[in-house]
Design a protein around this ligand. Structure first.
Ligand SMILES: Nc1ncnc2c1ncn2[C@@H]1O[C@H](COP(=O)(O)OP(=O)(O)OP(=O)(O)O)[C@@H](O)[C@H]1O
Length: 610
């Protein structure tokens, strides 16, 4: 491969701080890998003195492989790793942490639940969010952004003072002798600032530091790396502010600008040739991203030309969308595009469910990059199934027990003892309490009402007319699960039910899907059509990319309201678009749950030529 001038300038750069701003598909990995070789072979740097920091373990492995291939496996000793991997190693070496101190995800969840037991939750508060998750997110943000505890004085999440939660969480964690992911950076920072000799040792060890995906580095990581790079500041950073998509972990695109302020006069280079995508794809992506205000302006040039334009497809609803996508994939496979070169990208797993099912039915191999939620194993779907079974006069105790108090009807399990029952038996049980007899007869009357309805209308009736919605609201408040998340599951179920004409058909499918293991059509060799979130697709490339459900409320996500949040969503969409090498198809639906929804503002932007 022949490096272009900009790539060559970057890889042969000498000493001191250097920022390489690099567009999508501009060969960042190649350039960094080649620079490591250059440092060793031309500048006679010892491999042990080089540290290459990447964002994920996979990226680290890829970088190492590229370097080894380029240099014919001649040099060992270069350190390739992620921030956490490297600093975890240093902490273990220094004896700051021992054994298995790092909290696993489920342990973190348990810890926050424990913490909440010690904190008073104001009764008046409407708990709108999944509280545990929100608090953990806030705690990690505090750490990633190096905030002082005093800054939290006024901060409340669902009415709960964050500072109090933070302190309780830290105390409990300390008692267990555990640390979380974010603590690693902090502990290392503490180690370096308190033990100057240790810092010196590591500064001597890593004389040349190269950081990939710098746009996703948070403040804490940045401070630490600056410390490590002293006194020579041989810091070579590569990144694309337009691809900064880890705001929830404390990253901001400003970090690249900050670098130029902290290292005034640092060398700045731009890799602006996109080797991956066609001119149409690069041009469309540019139209979308240029609407962001917080960015370095850059012109990205495409090397590949092709007459194929970016295709935007409007579809009526999610079922039509899935059929369209499945047909498109079949067409691509028939024209010899390998399955693993086709990717369907989505904002959240929910959007991919219908497509995944259709592809499975069509026996198309799938490679899942994230675990999709199994809608039919969700308790709401199981409740719906029981309701519909009862409506179909399948009077089984299990079904009755499942729904009898959803919503609360004050029914006792004693009213049904045998495995099979009749409604009359329940009325007999309550014969002395007229109000209970009325309740039971209302329930069975409603079940009769839905028996002959199409599944979609039956589910809608259960939800809106039989009080199931009220039950979900109470459930959400009690277990600190956001109601909007639960409602999303209901809406998705309603949407999918539209594809069925009889309740019996729907029940059979729901039962099968509920038991089926998601991802069972997963291919072992990653040979299938890729189903991936935008986040997981970062850094990857495919011949054909389909961006699913590009609607307002999906992308940008309905929760993104601030200017910064919308800009982050736009970057996410940009990352999705720029994964495509040859074919980019963007779909949006006209209606969801009976309501018209607009195409994403990002789609509108790319359609407007300027
Ligand atoms: N000088 C070059 N000549 C030919 N092909 C190149 C050159 N540089 C990079 N490429 C090709 O461009 C594609 C993109 O490279 P790479 O994956 O390293 O990009 P990237 O900058 O990391 O992209 P992104 O930020 O979008 O993930 C790869 O297929 C690579 O082989």
């Amino acid at each position: 491969m022949v490096f272009n001038n900009e790539q060559r300038n970057a890889l042969t750069y000498g000493e001191g701080p250097c920022m390489v701003l690099a567009g999508p598909g501009s060969g960042k990995t190649f350039t960094i890998a080649a620079r490591v070789g250059y440092l060793i072979e031309r500048l006679e740097v010892r491999p042990e003195e080089i540290l290459v920091v990447t964002f994920s373990k996979m990226a680290s492995l890829e970088m190492k492989n590229r370097f080894q291939e380029m240099t014919d496996y001649r040099y060992g000793g270069v350190s390739f790793g992620t921030f956490h991997g490297i600093f975890y190693g240093i902490l273990k070496w220094a004896g700051v942490i021992k054994g298995d101190a790092l909290l696993k995800e489920f342990e973190k969840q348990e810890l926050i639940r424990e913490t909440l037991k010690n904190v008073e939750i104001p009764e008046s508060e409407v708990i709108d969010e999944d509280l545990g998750e929100s608090l953990l997110g806030a705690i990690s943000k505090v750490k990633n952004e190096l905030k002082h505890l005093e800054e939290l004085e006024e901060v409340r999440i669902s009415g709960i003072p964050l500072k109090e939660v933070y302190e309780q969480y830290e105390e409990l964690k300390g008692k267990q002798g555990k640390i979380d992911f974010e603590d690693m950076i902090h502990l290392c920072y503490e180690l370096f600032t308190q033990k100057k000799d240790v810092l010196k040792l590591w500064q001597k060890r890593f004389k040349y530091i190269l950081v990939d995906e710098f746009q996703d580095v948070n403040k804490a990581q940045y401070e630490l790396i600056k410390l490590l790079a002293l006194p020579e500041n041989n810091l070579f950073i590569v990144g694309d502010d337009d691809q900064s998509i880890y705001r929830f972990r404390g990253a901001t695109p400003h970090i690249m600008e900050q670098f130029t302020k902290d290292f005034k006069g640092c060398k700045q280079l731009l890799l602006n040739v996109n080797y991956r995508s066609t001119g149409f794809i690069v041009g469309s992506a540019a139209r979308v991203i240029k609407k962001n205000k917080q960015r370095f302006k850059k012109e990205i040039k495409a090397l590949k030309e092709s007459p194929e334009t970016v295709h935007v497809q409007e579809v009526a609803d999610v079922n039509e969308e899935a059929e369209y996508v499945a047909a498109l994939i079949k067409e691509q496979l028939a024209s010899d595009v390998p399955a693993k070169e086709i990717a369907v990208l989505y904002r959240t797993g929910m959007e991919a469910l219908v497509v995944a099912e259709l592809l499975q039915k069509a026996d198309i191999p799938i490679c899942y990059k994230d675990t999709l939620p199994n809608l039919y194993s969700h308790f709401i779907l199981k409740d719906f199934l029981s309701y519909l079974r009862l409506a179909g006069k399948e009077y089984k105790r299990v079904h009755f027990y499942r729904i009898m108090n959803k919503p609360l009807r004050y029914l006792s399990k004693q009213c049904v003892k045998a495995e099979a029952f009749t409604p009359a038996e329940i009325e007999t049980y309550y014969q002395d309490k007229e109000y209970m007899v009325n309740r039971v007869s209302t329930l069975f009357w409603d079940l009769k009402m839905i028996a002959d309805k199409p599944p979609y209308l039956a589910l809608d009736y259960i939800y809106n007319k039989m009080g199931y919605k009220d039950y979900l609201k109470e459930h959400g408040a009690k277990y600190m699960v956001s109601f909007s998340k639960l409602e999303e599951v209901v809406q998705e179920a309603l949407e999918q039910a539209k594809g069925f004409t009889t309740i019996a058909e729907w029940c059979q499918m729901a039962e099968e899907m509920g038991q089926a293991k998601r991802n069972e059509s997963q291919t072992s060799e990653n040979e299938g059509v890729v189903l991936s979130s935008y986040h997981r697709a970062k850094g990857l490339e495919y011949d054909t990319v389909i961006l699913l459900r590009s609607n307002e409320g999906v992308i940008p996500h309905r929760k993104a309201s601030s200017v910064e949040a919308i800009e982050e969503e736009r970057r996410l969409f940009y990352v999705g678009m720029t994964r495509a090498k040859r074919k980019l198809v963007i779909t949006y639906v006209q209606e969801k749950n009976g309501k018209a929804i607009s195409p994403s503002r990002f789609v509108q932007d790319l359609l407007i030529s300027s």
